[in-house]
Design a protein around this ligand. Structure first.
Ligand SMILES: [Zn+2]
Length: 267
């Protein structure tokens, strides 16, 4: 298993922290050395090479989202993988930093040989023509972008229902809230088992200390907090390794109980 960096995003702190308790969040930001302008979440793509399959979890931002992201092709070439070698792409969800990378600079599918796997709830939501009207102004570009990128790969798309094995050794688990069909994946690779959590745990600064705090970056904030809280509790109890898409590269580690909350322990 390799973690391939797509670069990082640049986001105002309010994108995630808006609406959280003000005094506590100011203290937390100071403790972590964060400024209001300055979150720079990493984008960690998981690559699994298993027999004749090369499986990529999410594809990153592509050339049209942010200058600081869309670096996956360079990162793949560093480990001698060509985009055409990827046999399967598995999506956690259809936000820009996870799906816009399906198209290259010329708007052609970058992973030309891949079959794409996405949960039914996720594709149904983003391909519904009403979504762009109901999602709210702040996320309208996300809706248009998801519909456009999904349409570009529709001939190679496979829909799955979660809570089952979708590829050999890969189990899909519904973790909705960040988006309606957000999915995490348990990967059993020989002796190792780990969870690709995507954005179900989207920010390591606050999510472990205060998993129940509603994150502004979650579309359904209450459901996102519920999914995150139960996921973190389970990961801590079972001592399961996880990969966080937006955690400091490579984003692999464990969750441990700490005081009334939890803490992230990089592996
Ligand atoms: Zn993301």
């Amino acid at each position: 298993m390799d973690i391939v960096s797509d670069g990082h995003l640049r986001l105002p702190a309010s994108f995630i922290f808006s609406g959280m308790p003000e005094v506590e969040i100011a203290e937390l930001m100071q403790r972590h050395g964060l400024s209001k302008e300055g979150l720079q979440p990493y984008c960690n793509l998981t690559l699994l090479r298993q027999g004749d399959r090369t499986i990529l979890f999410d594809v990153g931002s592509g050339p049209n989202f942010m200058d600081s992201a869309g670096k996956v092709v360079d990162a793949l070439s560093e480990i001698d993988v060509d985009p055409g070698d990827v046999t399967d792409v598995v999506f956690t969800h259809a936000h820009p930093d996870h799906i816009w990378g399906v198209l290259d600079d010329f708007d052609d599918p970058l992973f030309s040989e891949a079959t794409y796997h996405i949960s039914e709830a996720e594709i149904d939501y983003w391909t519904d023509p009403n979504t762009v009207h109901t999602i709210g102004e702040a996320r309208q570009a996300f809706a248009a972008g998801a519909a456009r990128n999904l349409a570009a790969i529709e001939d190679s798309l496979v829909r799955f229902k979660p809570e089952q094995e979708i590829l050999s050794g890969i189990f899909a688990r519904a973790t909705p809230g960040h988006t309606p069909g957000h999915t995490s994946f348990e990967v059993r690779d020989r002796s190792e088992s780990l969870l690709v959590v995507g954005d179900a745990i989207g920010n390591h600064h606050v999510a472990f200390e205060q998993p129940q705090w509603e994150a502004n970056s979650d579309q359904d904030k209450a459901l996102g907090a519920k999914s995150r809280t139960s996921l973190i509790e389970q990961l801590a109890v079972e001592k399961t390794k996880l990969i966080g898409f937006h955690f400091p590269y490579p984003g692999i580690g464990f969750v441990e109980k700490s005081g009334s909350g939890y803490k992230w322990v990089a592996a």
